[in-house]
Design a protein around this ligand. Structure first.
Ligand SMILES: [Zn+2]
Length: 143
Protein backbone atom coordinates (compact mmCIF):
# COMPACT_ATOMS: atom_id res chain seq x y z
CA UNK A 1 0.00 0.00 0.00
CA UNK A 2 1.24 3.44 -0.85
CA UNK A 3 2.02 5.69 2.07
CA UNK A 4 -0.23 8.73 2.28
CA UNK A 5 1.57 12.06 2.41
CA UNK A 6 1.28 13.68 5.82
CA UNK A 7 -1.42 16.32 5.88
CA UNK A 8 -0.02 19.82 5.93
CA UNK A 9 -2.36 22.76 5.87
CA UNK A 10 -1.32 25.07 3.07
CA UNK A 11 -0.57 28.66 3.98
CA UNK A 12 -3.26 30.40 2.02
CA UNK A 13 -2.62 33.84 3.45
CA UNK A 14 1.13 34.30 3.76
CA UNK A 15 0.60 38.07 4.01
CA UNK A 16 -1.74 37.78 7.00
CA UNK A 17 -1.04 40.03 9.94
CA UNK A 18 -0.01 38.00 12.98
CA UNK A 19 -1.37 38.45 16.47
CA UNK A 20 -0.59 36.26 19.44
CA UNK A 21 -2.09 36.35 22.88
CA UNK A 22 -1.16 34.84 26.21
CA UNK A 23 -3.81 34.26 28.81
CA UNK A 24 -3.97 37.45 30.90
CA UNK A 25 -4.97 35.73 34.15
CA UNK A 26 -1.96 35.86 36.46
CA UNK A 27 -2.97 33.72 39.42
CA UNK A 28 -5.01 30.55 39.86
CA UNK A 29 -8.59 31.38 40.89
CA UNK A 30 -8.62 28.32 43.17
CA UNK A 31 -5.37 28.62 45.10
CA UNK A 32 -4.01 32.07 44.24
CA UNK A 33 -0.58 30.85 43.17
CA UNK A 34 1.13 32.22 40.06
CA UNK A 35 0.29 30.54 36.76
CA UNK A 36 2.91 29.20 34.33
CA UNK A 37 2.72 29.64 30.56
CA UNK A 38 2.14 26.45 28.59
CA UNK A 39 4.85 25.63 26.05
CA UNK A 40 2.41 25.15 23.14
CA UNK A 41 -0.22 27.29 21.55
CA UNK A 42 -3.79 26.20 22.28
CA UNK A 43 -5.07 28.00 19.21
CA UNK A 44 -3.34 28.70 15.95
CA UNK A 45 -5.32 29.63 12.90
CA UNK A 46 -5.77 32.17 10.17
CA UNK A 47 -9.12 33.89 10.04
CA UNK A 48 -10.67 36.17 7.47
CA UNK A 49 -11.82 39.51 8.82
CA UNK A 50 -13.28 42.59 7.18
CA UNK A 51 -9.81 44.15 7.57
CA UNK A 52 -8.05 41.25 5.84
CA UNK A 53 -6.64 37.90 6.87
CA UNK A 54 -5.31 37.58 10.39
CA UNK A 55 -3.17 34.86 11.91
CA UNK A 56 -4.17 34.24 15.51
CA UNK A 57 -2.34 32.33 18.19
CA UNK A 58 -3.25 31.85 21.84
CA UNK A 59 -1.14 30.55 24.68
CA UNK A 60 -2.70 29.14 27.82
CA UNK A 61 -1.40 29.17 31.37
CA UNK A 62 -1.65 26.37 33.89
CA UNK A 63 -1.74 26.03 37.66
CA UNK A 64 1.25 23.95 38.75
CA UNK A 65 0.76 24.18 42.50
CA UNK A 66 0.67 20.53 43.70
CA UNK A 67 -1.30 21.61 46.80
CA UNK A 68 -4.08 23.10 44.65
CA UNK A 69 -7.24 20.97 44.30
CA UNK A 70 -7.36 22.17 40.66
CA UNK A 71 -3.67 21.73 39.86
CA UNK A 72 -3.34 21.33 36.08
CA UNK A 73 -6.28 23.59 35.29
CA UNK A 74 -5.63 25.48 32.08
CA UNK A 75 -6.51 29.11 31.56
CA UNK A 76 -6.93 29.95 27.89
CA UNK A 77 -6.23 33.21 26.09
CA UNK A 78 -9.77 34.54 25.91
CA UNK A 79 -8.71 37.38 23.59
CA UNK A 80 -8.67 34.85 20.73
CA UNK A 81 -12.38 34.19 21.34
CA UNK A 82 -13.16 37.89 21.11
CA UNK A 83 -12.04 37.76 17.49
CA UNK A 84 -13.31 34.40 16.27
CA UNK A 85 -15.39 31.41 17.40
CA UNK A 86 -13.39 28.27 18.27
CA UNK A 87 -14.13 26.23 15.15
CA UNK A 88 -14.50 29.13 12.75
CA UNK A 89 -12.02 30.56 10.28
CA UNK A 90 -13.94 33.84 10.02
CA UNK A 91 -13.73 36.85 12.29
CA UNK A 92 -16.71 37.77 14.44
CA UNK A 93 -16.90 41.00 12.43
CA UNK A 94 -17.71 38.95 9.31
CA UNK A 95 -20.40 37.00 11.18
CA UNK A 96 -21.85 40.25 12.53
CA UNK A 97 -21.85 41.70 9.00
CA UNK A 98 -23.72 38.68 7.64
CA UNK A 99 -26.20 38.72 10.52
CA UNK A 100 -26.86 42.44 10.11
CA UNK A 101 -27.27 42.31 6.34
CA UNK A 102 -29.63 39.36 6.69
CA UNK A 103 -31.73 40.42 9.69
CA UNK A 104 -31.74 44.18 9.31
CA UNK A 105 -31.37 44.66 5.57
CA UNK A 106 -33.25 41.50 4.56
CA UNK A 107 -30.50 40.29 2.23
CA UNK A 108 -30.32 36.69 1.02
CA UNK A 109 -27.19 34.73 1.76
CA UNK A 110 -26.15 34.69 -1.92
CA UNK A 111 -26.24 38.49 -2.03
CA UNK A 112 -24.22 38.80 1.16
CA UNK A 113 -21.80 36.20 -0.16
CA UNK A 114 -21.28 38.31 -3.31
CA UNK A 115 -20.66 41.44 -1.21
CA UNK A 116 -18.12 39.65 0.95
CA UNK A 117 -16.34 38.23 -2.09
CA UNK A 118 -16.07 41.79 -3.41
CA UNK A 119 -14.46 42.79 -0.12
CA UNK A 120 -11.86 40.07 -0.69
CA UNK A 121 -13.36 37.59 1.76
CA UNK A 122 -13.45 34.11 0.31
CA UNK A 123 -16.70 32.50 1.17
CA UNK A 124 -18.17 29.68 -0.84
CA UNK A 125 -20.97 27.13 -0.62
CA UNK A 126 -18.73 24.68 1.25
CA UNK A 127 -18.07 27.27 3.97
CA UNK A 128 -21.65 28.44 4.07
CA UNK A 129 -22.71 26.16 6.91
CA UNK A 130 -19.70 27.03 9.06
CA UNK A 131 -20.41 30.70 8.58
CA UNK A 132 -24.15 30.91 9.08
CA UNK A 133 -24.81 28.24 11.72
CA UNK A 134 -23.74 30.45 14.67
CA UNK A 135 -25.90 33.35 13.44
CA UNK A 136 -29.34 33.17 15.11
CA UNK A 137 -31.39 34.46 12.17
CA UNK A 138 -30.10 31.69 9.94
CA UNK A 139 -30.85 28.74 12.22
CA UNK A 140 -32.97 26.27 10.31
CA UNK A 141 -33.16 28.68 7.41
CA UNK A 142 -32.52 27.62 3.87
CA UNK A 143 -31.84 30.92 2.24
ZN1 LIG B 1 -4.28 26.43 41.62
Amino acid sequence: MEKQPRYRPERRYPEAKRQSYTCDVKTCVHCGSGLKSRPNWHAQKTIQTLKGPLFLAGRAKVCTNPECPHCGTRYYASQVLLLSLPSSTYGLDVLAYIGWRHEHDQRQFVEIQRELNQKGIEINERKRRQVISPIPGFIGSNQ
